[in-house]
Design a protein around this ligand. Structure first.
Ligand code: 16G
Ligand code: ZN
Length: 532
């Protein structure tokens, strides 16, 4: 057939030079950049076919997020801005790993099996991060799309954040209802909503409108620059870690701050101000500051989630709107944060397995669903009913709390976790409350915790249940862990196989750092022993 011939021809420029299986993990295909050329080409092919099948625009994002500069990756975004449907993850993985000489026949069979109408024009929205490997890999994706259909509609947005790509996909498919499908449209929507929320006076109580943003030497810095202009001094931003290319995430960024539990490069302990660290594709956010004694404090995804939940809870009470607020966390959420939500705020908390798609899905069960991973990825979802209820109450006037909620509808990028949008949300809430970062930080006290990795022969020996909180196999491990955990006050521990690295992860928390460390060590030893 014609398409088979075209794919054979185009694939010659993107041969599979490495015989290594590359899987579609929790965040798409991700590995060393120099292993990815053929994968990108094939993802391009798959994205065009997916678009034809669903008769809508599909997104392709080229990034390896918080991972080092040498890595890269790619993920597909479905028409409503959500992660690619699982059945297609399987298809994409099969196609990505075929030998070259099986590629075209396999694609033809996919077209037949899925009943894809080739006459439907495909539409693919493409974005990439600032990695030096990204332009060439992006070209490989485009070659793949064109192999399926020479005049496919390709919107190549160049360097954008992952959340902007999700936003563009949503806006393109809903005809611009959610926002104007351009980067400027995104910046304008968020900055306008933020300025409306802040109003005339950007100072209030203990809130100071000055912020350091750590751009992780990546796209977060690029977007922040646009944002700063659009904010027009409503928020005074000191942007650090803005490049040069080649040192993405190096000793800076949200993942560095969270894992190392220290400040990023170019943020010094005497600055006294608050700092927001973004990750390499700007979909994670972590705050930090130094107190008067020069001590470092970190406010992670859990703290951010609780700030949102508390404020929305307040606004719902004040506005007297009858909407159901809930939170979604994973097992990594600090026990104190869950406790604060359920016991102090009386907000229900759902726990899901790790991975954005699980949290996002669970958050859709509420009218207002706040979801965050402790690593700083998260957002707030508003049901259709919530959007309508809030807008109606806001427009009828006199209900200031409803009007504030309406402002948040536009500041928050509900399509996926978005560091820039979350940052504006946090700043607007602190302003509204007149809070310093210290007042936010002392909302509740984190339980000391420890994260460890254990290398084992086969990490998939470990299987879990109850949203990763209990081990099913290897047999006897959970019983051993129960006995160990019982020895520690406020002890809690769980283990799970990583979805992105060849290790088993161990989480432990307890009343003191020493105890959390000890608990983690003992559990790690049990994992090693029972997995060998
Ligand atoms: C991926 C996930 C992230 C999760 C992380 C866990 C998405 C888009 N990203 O980065 O949510 O926290 O994996 O990694 O789902 P791990 O399985 O190695 O612990
Ligand atoms: Zn990221």
């Amino acid at each position: 057939s014609k398409i088979a011939a075209r794919i054979v021809e185009a694939a010659k420029a993107h041969t599979r030079r490495v015989d290594k299986y590359i899987g579609y993990g929790t965040a798409g295909f991700r590995t060393k950049a120099d292993l990815l050329d053929h994968v990108m080409f094939r993802v391009g092919v798959v994205s065009a076919l997916r678009s034809k099948m669903v008769k809508a625009s599909i997104g392709v994002m080229i990034t390896a997020s918080h991972n080092p500069e040498e890595d890269n990756g790619v993920k597909l975004v479905d028409p409503l801005g959500e992660m690619l449907e699982p059945a297609w993850e399987v298809l994409a993985t099969e196609i990505a790993n075929l030998p070259d000489d099986k590629l075209s026949e396999s694609i033809v069979s996919l077209i037949e099996k899925s009943n894809i109408d080739l006459s439907t024009r495909s539409s693919v929205i493409v974005g990439r991060d600032t990695r030096q490997s990204s332009p060439a890999l992006c070209q490989a994706v485009i070659d793949g799309i064109k192999a399926v259909e020479e005049d496919s509609e390709i919107a190549d947005f160049g360097i954008i954040s992952t959340p902007i790509l999700h936003y563009l996909v949503v806006c393109t498919n809903d005809g611009g209802k959610y926002g104007d499908p351009t980067v400027d449209g995104y910046v304008a929507k968020l900055s306008r909503a933020f300025r409306t929320l802040i109003g005339e006076d950007n100072k209030r109580g203990n809130y100071e409108p000055t912020l350091i943003i750590d751009g992780a030497n990546g796209v977060g810095a690029v977007i922040s620059e646009k944002l700063i202009k659009a904010l027009d001094k409503t928020l005074a931003v000191n942007l650090v870690n803005v490049g040069p290319p080649g040192i993405l995430n190096h000793d800076c960024g949200a993942d560095y701050v969270k894992v190392q539990q220290r400040e990023p490069l170019n943020v010094s302990s005497d600055c006294g101000a608050r700092c927001a660290s973004l990750d390499g594709d700007a979909d994670r956010l972590i705050y930090l500051y130094f107190d008067e004694a020069g001590m470092f404090h970190m406010l992670d995804g859990d703290k951010i989630a609780l700030l949102f939940a508390e404020h929305f809870n307040d606004l719902l009470k004040k506005s007297q709107l009858n909407l159901k607020l809930g939170m979604v966390q994973t097992a990594y959420a600090n026990g104190s944060s869950t406790n604060y939500a359920t016991k102090v705020l009386n907000v229900p908390v759902t726990c899901t397995p790790t991975g954005v798609k699980f949290l996002h899905h669970a958050a859709q069960e509420f009218d207002i669903g706040v979801y965050f991973e402790a690593n700083g990825h998260g957002t707030t979802l508003f049901s259709e009913n919530a959007v309508k209820t809030i807008k109606d109450a806001a427009s009828s006037g006199g209900n200031a709390a409803a009007q504030e909620l309406a402002g948040f509808l536009n500041v928050i990028n509900s399509t996926v976790g978005d560091a820039i949008s979350d940052l504006l949300g946090v700043e607007a809430i602190l302003h509204s409350k007149g809070w310093s970062i210290k007042e936010w930080d002392t909302m509740y006290q984190d339980l000391p915790n420890r994260l460890l990795k254990v290398s084992v022969a086969d990490r998939n020996l470990v299987t879990t249940t109850d949203a990763e909180r209990r081990v099913v196999t290897p047999e006897g491990l959970q019983e051993r862990m129960d006995i160990i955990v019982a020895k520690f006050k406020d002890g809690r521990s769980f283990v799970r196989p990583s979805g992105t690295e060849d290790v088993v992860r161990v989480y432990a928390e307890a009343d003191t750092q020493e105890h959390a460390d000890e608990l983690g060590k003992e559990v790690a030893a049990a994992v090693s022993e029972l997995c060998s």
